[in-house]
Write a protein that binds this ligand. Structure first.
Ligand SMILES: *[C@@H]1O[C@H](CO)[C@@H](O)[C@H](O)[C@H]1NC(C)=O
Ligand SMILES: *[C@@H]1O[C@H](CO)[C@@H](O)[C@H](O)[C@H]1NC(C)=O
Ligand SMILES: *[C@@H]1O[C@H](CO)[C@@H](O)[C@H](O)[C@H]1NC(C)=O
Ligand SMILES: *[C@@H]1O[C@H](CO)[C@@H](O)[C@H](O)[C@H]1NC(C)=O
Length: 401
């Protein structure tokens, strides 16, 4: 038991550490580990604040050029775009790279300058940009488009206004139109020399989304299952009574408090994201909060141990608990899909939950062992009355594990 708790603590601290590491090393570090075709390596990167996109680049001061890779999630029938807007921010004037599937399915890359919102599909063509483009190509794989380009920075300036886009809307075989919401906010100003976001705003939102994710993954996704395991498996040891109960309550109550904080932050993020609502994620979250709140308050109405309704309360409490955990885990994975962080985060969480499930399975078997052994012993020594029965059957934690 102690060992498994230690493993879990280790996991928790690992997750927290990783998060801190990520925060401290800033966005430069977090995306450098990505791999690119042709062993491309970039000296800097920035997780762009919207659409799950990231930008990687190497700046060459000697000739004011930059090698750039832009990566964004999208289905293979959709398109992504990345642009520099030399004289403004946003779409008007954007010198764009558009990656999309041609009618034969081949990935095509256009360079297009947008000068009007009243665009026709025929305006979306491959043309020269206002700055030199020495090299360009695009590829698709694993649900991501990647645009590669080598370009001369406009006016030799390392500070660029950048705009990006991802959409499924096409017309006449070219990218045409995009949703509102995050797709209209996807612009920022970057200093390619320092790697800093010059005009912030967007990335603080990303930061809050990450906090929302970490809070909820820890509370609903890890603490609550641990709390349930404490109740189920520590309870077996009579010596751990009533300690298991207090442990369980402390664990679930902290999980609830952290979870409600994460939930509240999620609602705030949702209300700010005009135009884009993740309906399922939100609905599950509301259901989770309601069920968990009922679960916390149901504790106050718990009948006495001897009360004849106690068994019904227990059944209800267990059923509700399992529902909450299942919904929690499902919603955490939905959240991963929305936030689309580096894959290692999803893998780290999946690893933790599988480990927890594995530990639960082992403990389940051990518990059955303990219970059966106890039954067997009590049938062997029928003289010990039920009232004193517990004495002889206290299992030390070492014996059980
Ligand atoms: C710019 O300079 C880098 C190295 O400093 C070089 O590798 C690259 O080929 C140059 N690009 C152009 C377009 O001259
Ligand atoms: C941007 O401004 C520069 C001068 O500051 C001008 O030469 C250039 O044509 C402008 N570019 C666009 C796309 O308007
Ligand atoms: C684009 O630029 C290249 C080289 O500068 C030139 O040869 C070509 O004609 C230009 N294309 C268009 C459509 O202007
Ligand atoms: C940019 O820098 C290069 C090399 O340093 C120089 O040849 C070029 O004239 C500069 N262009 C502008 C627009 O300042």
């Amino acid at each position: 038991m102690k060992q498994s708790m230690m493993i879990l603590c280790l996991f928790l601290s690992l997750m927290v550490q990783q998060y801190h590491h990520r925060g401290a090393a800033a966005q430069r570090q977090s995306c450098v580990a990505e791999s690119f075709s042709g062993n491309g390596l970039y000296s800097s990167c920035n997780s762009l604040p919207y659409l799950g996109a990231s930008l990687y680049w190497t700046y060459h001061p000697s000739n004011a050029t930059a090698d750039v890779a832009f990566r964004a999630p999208q289905t293979a029938d959709g398109w992504v775009a990345w642009a520099i807007n030399p004289n403004a921010s946003g779409m008007l004037g954007a010198q764009s790279f558009l990656a999309f599937p041609a009618s034969n399915g081949a990935i095509t890359l256009f360079t297009t300058a947008f000068s009007t919102y009243a665009l026709q599909p025929s305006d979306v063509k491959d043309e020269n940009l206002t700055f030199a483009v020495y090299d360009k190509r695009a590829e698709y794989g694993d649900g991501y488009y990647t645009i590669y380009a080598t370009l001369a920075l406009p006016a030799n300036s390392t500070r660029v206004n950048t705009v990006w886009q991802a959409s499924k809307q096409m017309q006449d075989g070219v990218p045409y139109g995009h949703p509102s919401g995050d797709n209209e906010l996807s612009k920022t100003s970057l200093d390619l020399l320092s790697g800093e976001v010059v005009s912030a705003g967007g990335n603080s939102r990303l930061h809050r989304k990450n906090i929302h994710g970490v809070l909820n993954a820890i509370s609903w996704g890890i603490l609550m299952p641990i709390g349930a395991m404490i109740a189920r498996y520590v309870k077996v040891f009579e010596s751990a009574d009533p300690a298991w109960f207090y442990l369980h309550v402390v664990c679930q109550f902290s999980a609830y408090v952290i979870g409600v904080a994460g939930w509240g932050l999620g609602l705030k993020l949702g209300s700010e994201s005009v135009g884009i609502t993740y309906h399922k994620h939100r609905d599950i979250a509301v259901a989770l909060f309601s069920l968990a709140t009922v679960q916390v308050f149901a504790l106050l109405m718990r009948p006495n141990k001897e009360h004849k309704y106690r068994v019904y309360w227990n059944v209800y409490h267990h059923f509700m608990g399992y529902c909450i955990m299942a919904l929690g885990v499902v919603n955490i994975f939905k959240g991963f899909d929305i936030l689309a962080p580096a894959k290692k985060w999803k893998h780290a969480y999946a690893g933790s939950i599988v480990t927890l499930a594995g530990i639960a399975l082992v403990l389940e078997l051990l518990t059955w062992g303990v219970v059966l052994k106890r039954r067997w012993r009590s049938s062997e020594k029928p003289h010990h009355g039920a009232s004193h029965g517990a004495n002889g059957y206290v299992f030390s934690q070492h014996q059980a594990l």
